[in-house]
Design a protein around this ligand. Sequence first.
Ligand SMILES: Nc1ncnc2c1ncn2[C@@H]1O[C@H](COP(=O)(O)OP(=O)(O)O)[C@@H](O)[C@H]1O
Ligand SMILES: [Mg+2]
Length: 296
Amino acid sequence: MDRQETQQEPKLSETEKNTGGDAGRNTQEAATPQPQREPDNVMVAENLDAYYGKFKALDDISMKIERHKVTALIGPSGCGKSTFLRCLNRMHEVIRGARMEGTLQFEGKDVVSRDVDPVSLRRRVGMVFQKPNPFPTMTIYDNVVAGLKLERRRKKSDLDEVVERTLKQAALWDEVKDKLKENGMSLSGGQQQRLCIARTLAVEPEVILMDEPASALDPISTQKIEDAMDDLKKDYTVVIVTHNMQQASRVSDYTGFFFIENQGDPGRLWEFEDTEKVFSNPNRKETEDYVTGRFG
Ligand SMILES: Nc1ncnc2c1ncn2[C@@H]1O[C@H](COP(=O)(O)OP(=O)(O)O)[C@@H](O)[C@H]1O
Ligand SMILES: [Mg+2]
């Protein structure tokens, strides 16, 4: 069942029908007029395949990323979650021999065609990596504004404002406001990761991709990142890969479960639903086994 259908039962377009499957749909229900509000999707992937050379890592992934929501991607290691995340901002093609097929739209426009500049896409679809990677020679302040300084000169007061706003959004401000001129590497791992989140926010992306941002962090930093997430989705759209089921169920609105049925198969999107449904009453047995910790 399509996730939007579960939520508000809008009339489905042809493409929507194709992406979610319609198992269990009640025809009578579908015929009843419903108040219509098209879901506001920032990104739409359709029939996306991803390869590393001859190796097919992802098969036929269709997913809609709704604006101002948190979408969690879960599933066993090696099922292509990171690959999919990198497809979303065309970081995938940076890897030698890697390519993707299918369609990917950002704000209603195809972003895979040759005339789309991947650099501008990556600016609007920012990424936070698993391992915090602050610029080692820079201060906390300069780390945050690094992406802005590259493009054009801005007034110092503007930069100050960006630093404060993004560090607050990343739930780090109180801890660093009195030492902005210290080196970014002087921070703890958890603080460094929040610094990297602030750096990503500073260029004002629309979508933030996070690949297991808290997997190497202490519980308090993890908690702070989760707390920040609720605030973040007021201004941004977040897609987060996580191995932490509690985290997925706490922070996300939608959950996609990636799975490989037989060894050697590419990763597939096994289930995509409202988070609540995935964790309480998933459609497929493998999803249930995974979210209840029976394998993975
Ligand atoms: N840079 C790469 N080159 C070749 N194969 C890769 C590369 N990155 C990932 N893969 C392969 O693609 C598959 C999916 O990997 P990945 O997207 O990292 O999965 P996940 O994030 O779910 O653990 C795996 O079989 C992995 O070995
Ligand atoms: Mg991964």
